[in-house]
Design a protein around this ligand. Structure first.
Ligand SMILES: NC(=O)c1ccc[n+]([C@@H]2O[C@H](COP(=O)([O-])OP(=O)(O)OC[C@H]3O[C@@H](n4cnc5c(N)ncnc54)[C@H](O)[C@@H]3O)[C@@H](O)[C@H]2O)c1
Length: 417
């Protein structure tokens, strides 16, 4: 029997999202995980073991050196899953290996956000283009089956008959991230606006754009009006809780990162009509767990989606003694009472669809629709939103924010002063 060709994937970064990606590869036919590289050999080995155990890889190599990962002849493409502050350093290490001829690669996929500033994101894009690689921007939400299916139907039935959609609402909320570097503005690049509005603005653009179209070809940005706030974690009690949980976190009573952000992005669509993405994100939502919610409104139709409205729910009585976990839902906050259960989070959040689509495109030598240019555009939206929130005004396009660094990232934002 002829051997099926698959894409050899090298995973760079074996943390929280590395585990999600490896889980998702159980639903990807055109790729095998062949290597994992991380800061320590131990963490790389542990994710490599998981890849072996779940059958998404075979003889998965573990490295703590990026050059070794790129030079591994089984690695065709690298998924960059390291923290935001490492983007330039790791992408340069990868592309240097390729441009110098020491290694060959087909493609690279990079997690959100593409950079902490527009300048960083642009540098990442240019490094990848300079190395001649196919590229994918890892924005999982635009591959989530709930959004993809409803957008297909809304556009085929509603938009075709009554006109294009005009308002997309996208919200992502949870009780706060899982590692110190997210909480510090300098290493993360800001707070929840940077961390999660990157998803919401892109999901909003996705819903408002016809299937098969590049968002930037359909939607011309006009303006953004945004607000950021420190609602929970800047309170003295919670700032202390943060420092006790994550040693090394800055003092949130003085220079917090925003734990709430809201933005209204105005566009003109391909029909010349005004349309809006309304995005809300927070690290101050204490509910059952992570909540992603979406709405799309058009002339004679609407859609809605909420990841906490799950098809299965569990009830756990108060008499059960249980340990804490995230086995029912990401960022789970309770183990008692009526709890939502997502049966396949990698699938629901879009990682499986994302990795299937990218693996197939890379294997065929085709450039994916959601490439790194989309990642750069998203960073531009986020920086404009920060500027709007800082200056309390509506920011209009064209932008001049190449070197803009949010006050939160500079440690200069103190809303309680
Ligand atoms: N798409 C999503 O919904 C989503 C969710 C979470 C995180 N992310 C993104 O994924 C990235 C990683 O986040 P995370 O939550 O996994 O972080 P994490 O802190 O849990 O893990 C980061 C991993 O990268 C490794 N690492 C750090 N510096 C490295 C370097 N220079 N070389 C090699 N490995 C290095 C660490 O050892 C660790 O294994 C971030 O950019 C984040 O924004 C995306």
């Amino acid at each position: 029997m002829a051997q099926r060709e698959t894409l050899g994937v090298g995973i760079l970064g074996a943390g929280f999202i590395g585990h999600f990606h490896v889980d998702s590869f159980t639903g990807v036919r055109d790729a095998d995980v062949v290597a994992v590289c991380s800061l320590t050999k131990e963490s790389a080995q542990s994710l490599a073991d998981k890849a072996e155990a779940t059958g998404v890889g075979n003889q998965v190599a573990a490295y703590d050196d990026i050059a070794q990962l790129v030079r591994d002849p089984r690695v065709d493409a690298i998924w960059v899953l390291t923290p935001n502050f490492t983007r330039i350093e790791v992408v340069r290490a990868i592309t240097d290996e390729v441009t110098s001829g020491r290694a060959e690669l087909k493609a690279i996929a990079i997690e959100k956000p593409l950079g902490r500033t527009i300048a960083e994101a642009r540098e990442v894009l240019e490094l990848v283009q300079g190395a001649g690689l196919l590229h994918g921007y890892l924005e999982n939400q635009v591959y989530s089956p709930g959004l993809v299916r409803s957008r297909d139907i809304v556009w085929a039935r509603g938009a075709a008959a009554s006109g294009t959609p005009y308002l997309a609402r996208a919200a992502e909320e949870h009780s706060g991230p899982h590692n110190t570097w997210f909480w510090n503005g300098a290493t993360e690049g800001g707070g929840v606006l940077n961390d999660m509005m990157c998803h919401s603005v892109e999901a909003g653009r996705f819903l408002l754009s016809p299937p098969g179209t590049r968002h930037s070809e359909w939607l011309t940005p006009v303006a953004v009006t945004a607000t950021i706030a420190s609602l929970k974690w800047g309170r003295a009690k919670h700032a202390k809780e943060l420092q006790d949980t994550y040693p090394g976190v800055v003092d949130y009573t003085k220079t917090p990162s925003e734990d709430y952000a809201h933005a209204v992005f105005e566009f003109v669509n391909g029909d010349g009509e005004p349309v809006i993405v309304e995005a809300t994100t927070s690290w101050s939502y204490v509910g059952a767990g992570l909540r992603l919610s979406f709405e799309l409104l058009g002339p004679e139709y609407s859609m809605e989606s909420d990841t906490l409205s799950t098809e299965s729910r569990l009830f756990m009585s108060r008499n059960l003694e249980q340990s804490e976990g995230e086995d029912m839902i990401e960022k789970q906050n309770a183990e008692e009472g009526l709890m939502p259960l997502l049966s396949d989070e990698s699938m629901s959040y879009g990682y499986t669809g994302e990795n299937s689509y990218l693996a197939t495109a890379f294997l065929k030598g085709e450039q994916p629709l959601e490439g790194l240019e989309a990642g750069l555009e998203v960073v531009e939206f986020l920086m404009a939103a920060y500027q709007s929130a800082e200056e309390g005004r509506r920011v209009t396009w064209p932008l001049d924010l190449e070197d803009f660094v949010p006050a939160v990232a500079k440690g200069e934002w103190n809303p309680r002063a």
